[in-house]
Design a protein around this ligand. Structure first.
Ligand SMILES: NC(=O)c1ccc[n+]([C@@H]2O[C@H](COP(=O)([O-])OP(=O)(O)OC[C@H]3O[C@@H](n4cnc5c(N)ncnc54)[C@H](O)[C@@H]3O)[C@@H](O)[C@H]2O)c1
Length: 241
């Protein structure tokens, strides 16, 4: 079988880095796309394409996809992972706060997937994986734009799954609980956030990025062609679909 290639957005750190390294470990050729340089990801992956830019900028996305095709010649897997999750009281949320969350969490997956689709189609096989959140089920009161954006991404997942199924492409979403990443520790996990979420999970420990890897690998597996339009809730039993 030809070597598969994958694009992971938000690959500089956190879940994105974990996913990029895990796919590389399974023999994928990997490109990472992030606002920031990705030295810690690049040093763990031998044959890595590092794209630095904004995934909510259509021009940067088109240029990024061109670079991937120049280097790898093909693309099979897209992991729309880049995301922001600011917490703020609803009354203090500005239109710019709202738009930023929607741009990064919802518009960027549209732009990246749209730019990638011709290549997945040409390959005749593809997997699109959207990282959402169990917050769509627990509905924290200080994350209204975030929950709206991730619910939007679930809708995108479902409808797109039907649109691209004829090309051998599946589209699924993965919903983590609160995961120990540097950003979460600095923001939503600070001031007892991790303890609170842990107390609501059936699994009594904090979720680590590595806890999402087996689900990602399952979704992108050759044998998972009948799994599409779904949201896999990997939240330690904190919420139920
Ligand atoms: N950490 C959690 O608790 C948690 C829980 C549920 C879902 N998620 C989701 O998982 C994903 C990753 O979360 P994380 O905690 O690993 O985040 P993180 O902040 O550690 O990493 C996100 C990466 O995305 C990049 N990024 C942000 N905006 C970008 C843009 N416009 N263009 C390119 N890159 C951009 C950042 O630079 C960063 O490197 C997000 O979609 C998040 O909503 C996280």
């Amino acid at each position: 079988m030809e070597t598969r290639t994958a694009l992971v957005t938000g690959a500089a750190q956190g879940l994105g880095r974990e996913f990029a390294v895990a796919l590389a470990g399974r023999g994928y050729r990997v490109a990472g796309f992030d606002l920031e340089p990705q030295p810690e990801t690049a040093e763990q992956i031998l044959d890595y394409v590092e794209l630095v830019g904004d995934v909510s900028d259509p021009v940067a996305v088109e240029e990024g996809l061109e670079r991937i095709i120049e280097r790898f010649g093909t693309l099979h897997v897209v992991v729309n992972n880049a995301g922001v999750y600011p917490a703020k009281p609803f009354e203090e949320t500005t239109p710019e706060d709202w738009r930023r969350v929607m741009r990064v969490n919802l518009e960027a997956p549209f732009l990246v997937t749209r730019a990638a689709l011709p290549h997945l189609k040409a390959a005749g096989w593809g997997r699109v994986v959207n990282i959402v959140s169990a917050a769509v089920l627990t509905a924290p009161p200080t994350m209204v734009p975030y929950v709206a954006s991730k619910m939007g991404l679930i809708g995108f997942t479902r409808s797109l799954a039907a649109a691209v199924a004829p090309y051998g492409v599946t589209v699924n979403a993965i919903a983590p609980s609160m995961v120990r990443t540097a950003t979460a520790e600095r923001t939503v996990g600070a001031d007892g956030g991790f303890e609170f979420v842990r107390s609501r999970q059936a699994v009594e420990r904090t979720q680590e990025p590595a806890d999402l890897v087996s689900t990602l690998l399952y979704v992108v597996d050759e044998g998972s062609g009948f799994l599409t339009g779904q949201t896999l809730n990997v939240s330690g039993g904190s919420a139920y679909l």
